[in-house]
Design a protein around this ligand. Sequence first.
Ligand SMILES: COc1cccc(-c2nc(Nc3cc(C)[nH]n3)cc3ccccc23)c1
Length: 280
Amino acid sequence: KQFHLGMFEIGRPLGKGKFGRVYLARERSTGFICALKVLYKSELQQGSGVEKQVRREIEIQSNLRHPNILKLYGHFHDSKRIFLILEFAGKGELYKHLRREGRFPEWKAAQYIAQMAAALRYLHRKHVIHRDIKPENILVGIHGEIKISDFGWSVHAPNNRRNTLCGTLDYLPPEMIKSGSKDNWYNEKVDLWSLGVLMYEFLVGEAPFEDTPIMTHKRIARADMTIPEWVSKEAKDLIKKLLVLDPEKRLPLEEVQSHPWIIKHCVKGERAANREKPLK
Ligand SMILES: COc1cccc(-c2nc(Nc3cc(C)[nH]n3)cc3ccccc23)c1
């Protein structure tokens, strides 16, 4: 399908980030609401091969269909800009919710981790490794469901500490911070480590290896973290089974979804969707 700018009514800017801005938009003929991400070619060309990476990310994301992955409906460009037509997630950025609430109750963290595990299983079945799982790359839909919203570049303004020059180290697995064999970078187990970091940050309100960059590097390499005693023992068990140095020893996604902590908090059935708390 051919898209062009005239097909859309542009609404309020939702936010801006490294490579451009995101606007609320409505497709004129259908009234369909979406988010329009505008990337400036000039800014992309500066980065080393960033434009090719954008093309690859568009290629990947436009072929994905999953309720917990933000849909890319299409794209088009004019002389100066590239436009991405993206699914609109009504409740915005997950990391803003996390900062506002400090940390999530266990039942909410478990539902988010279960949705992330389902999305990652789908990605890995399609041989896509996300490699950049962190709260900044997750959006929240109107029904509170989460959506992985970033395949390789960020839309968030560098307004929080972690958007330092090199981006946060917090989520990198040991095999990606150690020099040496890069083939582990293309092993989907890297996403399991980041899922463990995400789970820790949801429950504790800060990342497990958060420190000065040098110390973070050291602590990741040794999987050196402490889990506060007030975290439930089931949650502690799952975190420890994901934050494992040896990629092959990390808990597979199928076993994450059937872990007692997930089963305990994630009630099946459509009624759960409208319930703040799961059934006792
Ligand atoms: C820097 O702040 C940014 C940056 C980019 C998007 C938002 C934002 N996004 C969305 N939804 C979206 C965004 C995309 C690509 N699909 N659905 C909703 C919001 C609601 C309130 C505030 C902010 C929001 C913020």
